[in-house]
Each structure stands twice: as C-alpha cells, then as structure tokens.
Design a protein around this ligand. Sequence first.
Ligand SMILES: C[S@@+](CC[C@H](N)C(=O)[O-])C[C@H]1O[C@@H](n2cnc3c(N)ncnc32)[C@H](O)[C@@H]1O
Length: 211
Amino acid sequence: MDVRQTANQQKYDFTASVYDIIAFLMSLGQVKRIYHEVAQALDHASTTIVELGCGPASVTPYLLETVGSSSQIIGIDFSKKMIKIANQKKVNNGWENVEFECMDIYDFPGNKKADIVIFCLALTAIPNATRALQKAISILKPGGQLIIADSFPLHSRWWHPFTNFYISVKSLVVGAKPTKDVLNFIEKNMVDIKAKEMVGGIYTVITARKW
Ligand SMILES: C[S@@+](CC[C@H](N)C(=O)[O-])C[C@H]1O[C@@H](n2cnc3c(N)ncnc32)[C@H](O)[C@@H]1O
C-alpha cells in the first residue's frame, strides 16, 4: 500500500466513531436523502452487491430496504474501526445476507464477481479515482451496474460556481479529491449512463452499466 493510502487508512480509523455525524454535517443534513437515492437506483432484485469503501455500513440499511434478503451484500473497507462498527450493526440488526470484509479495494479477489458495485461517498476519498474505477469494472459482471454517489465539480448551471466552492471547502475538510476524471472515465468506458444532481449539485448520483 502506498503512503497516501496508509495515511488515508489511519485517518478513517481515527474518525470512524464520529463518521456518521461528519457525513451529516458535511452534507448539510442531507446524507440520508443521498443514501435513499443510492438504494432507489439499484436495478436488480436478486443480486450480489459489493460496496467499496463501505465505512460504518451507513448506506446498508437503505440497500436492505430495497433488496430485502434476496441479495447478498458485501461491504469492503480497509479501516479496521469502520469494519468493526459495521459488524456491530450487522449483529445488532440481524443482517444475515450482509458481510463486511476489512481489505483494500485493490485486494478484492479477481474471481469474485458482482451484479452491482457501489461507491457511496467513497470514490473521491480514494487517492486515484480512475484506478479505483478500473477495479470496480473488473469486479462487475458484463451488463452489471455501477452506482456512484459523490461530489464532482459541475459547470452547467448558474449556481454551480457556488456549489463548486462548497465542494472544494468540504473536500479540504474531509481530505477528498473531487475530480472530473471520474465523469470522463465513465463516459468513455461505460454505457447507459444516468446522473442526478442532489443538494444543489453538491452531490451527484451516477448509474452506469458495464458493456
Ligand atoms: C467517506 S467514507 C464513505 C463511507 C460510506 N460508504 C458512506 O456511505 O458514508 C469513505 C470510506 O472509504 C474507505 N476507503 C478509502 N480508500 C479505501 C481503499 N483503498 N480500500 C478500502 N476502503 C477504502 C475509508 O476507510 C472510508 O471508510
């Protein structure tokens, strides 16, 4: 693991116990709407869903509301503390079809394939978003769905300069790297792309499909 990855891992271990509060504040209180939108975007009823950078299982209850016990959900995170909290939630809520594994996303086994891969508020938290997207595509089955919820710089509406200013400040605070590379990569490498702006464009929920 490179130095930036290690620093990132330590940062998330350190903030795990207050992560949900930070996400609430940084999203201007809108984080639950974003989780709900991610769950609504799921397009299969009975599938294998892999969430990369699952944190303390923040979006898991919303995914379960949509898919119930029909799907297998695998959450991956390299922060031991995040995974510990996620596993506590699994036990407390009796989530039998959910597993959490503590690993770097790049170590996710090449022979395990998923119908849906999700990055929920995680992609721009990973130092090289393009490499992370390549990994996600390698996990997806052909025709599989990628769902991303994150902050990206936008340039089509009059208010986007204000939105982009907030995104820059937020990313300094949380140590993320909002980049247009993600949108460019998805346009070049995926099909059936849909994007929905939320919270005035501070967040975008993207769905796309592997060829
Ligand atoms: C901002 S949190 C998102 C948490 C959660 N998905 C949510 O919906 O709020 C980003 C998470 O990505 C994880 N992460 C960052 N880089 C990672 C990597 N290379 N491998 C695994 N997890 C990673 C961090 O540990 C952190 O828990």
